[in-house]
Write a protein of this length. Structure first.
Length: 285
């Protein structure tokens, strides 16, 4: 099949893109960046936007830099940019570890970090990263700018706090302390498939015990989220198998898993036990 007819817009600046979006949002105008989700749905006519606002020509949206203690990722930064560490320390290494799990090379060469956030698939690796690290996004419209924290951004399956006329300009991740240990693990049936469950764990050790911990899950519930119960289970414990298993069991008990025709809620709950423990183990290496 081929897409339904649409009008194509190619702004060259952020202000021009925002102004165009303000005009066409009411007619189901859509933003095109990587297009790895939007274009296939248009080809099958599951989506029929009357307007496409192609932001690939906006140089300002290709920004990838460290500023004010945060990694700033513009809306047109591709997944492939993270194949090598983009910043020193644990954050750069974590992003390079995570990106290898995103689909396949052709998709990583075209798809974008922020596009993944805007699409808000529950199994998205980048959505999990933003949530686990308490990142934020900058949204801009003709009315002004909004900074939206990760905990407020994801509203459900493929649903975000973005308004129809807002452009997701950039995502921001905090630079992690040098002694932060991070691990990521996801389970899928085949390499490149969407994860049935994924976990991201970070912790810092002080005087032999865990002084700070982050545990977040993706692909399990309708949106990624930090599991506070598992984080509390880790606090003050000596890093190792006993603590990791206890945290994983706590996470398993805390989730309300999705269910579909192929994967039961009980199966996803069991996966939580495995992926959480393995993410913590990888963080300890």
């Amino acid at each position: 099949m081929k897409p339904a007819a649409f009008r194509y817009h190619a702004p060259k600046t952020v202000d021009e893109a925002v102004a165009t979006l303000a005009e066409v949002a009411a007619e189901d105008g859509r933003v095109l960046a990587g297009g790895q989700s939007l274009v296939p749905t248009m080809a099958f006519r599951l989506a029929k936007p009357a307007h496409l606002v192609d932001i690939n020509g906006v140089e300002a949206l290709k920004r990838l830099t460290v500023a004010d203690g945060r990694l700033v990722i513009g809306a047109c930064v591709r997944h492939a940019a993270f194949h090598r560490p983009v910043c020193p320390g644990p954050l750069g290494k974590l992003l390079s570890d995570v990106v290898r799990h995103i689909a396949h090379h052709p998709i990583r060469n075209r798809g974008t970090f922020c596009g993944s956030l805007a699409h808000a698939d529950p199994a998205s690796e980048w959505c999990l990263v933003l949530t686990a690290l308490d990142g934020e996004v900058l949204a801009k419209s003709a009315r002004g700018e909004r900074v939206i924290a990760a905990r407020d951004f994801f509203k459900g399956i493929m649903t975000t706090a973005l308004r129809d006329d807002e452009l997701l300009v950039e995502a921001r991740l905090p630079i992690l302390a040098a002694d932060m240990r991070c691990g990521f693990y996801e389970f899928n049936r085949r390499a490149g498939d969407f994860a049935l469950a994924a976990a991201l764990a970070c912790y810092r050790v002080a005087s032999g015990t865990i002084a700070e911990a982050r545990v977040a899950l993706g692909g399990v519930e309708v949106s990624p989220r930090r599991i506070a119960e598992a984080e509390r289970a880790l606090f003050g414990a000596e890093p190792g198998d006993k603590a990791f298993r206890a945290a994983a069991e706590t996470a398993m008990a805390a989730v309300d898993p999705m269910e579909d025709a192929i994967t039961s809620a009980d199966y996803r709950r069991d996966l939580v036990l495995a992926v959480t423990r393995r993410a913590l183990e990888r963080a300890s290496v």
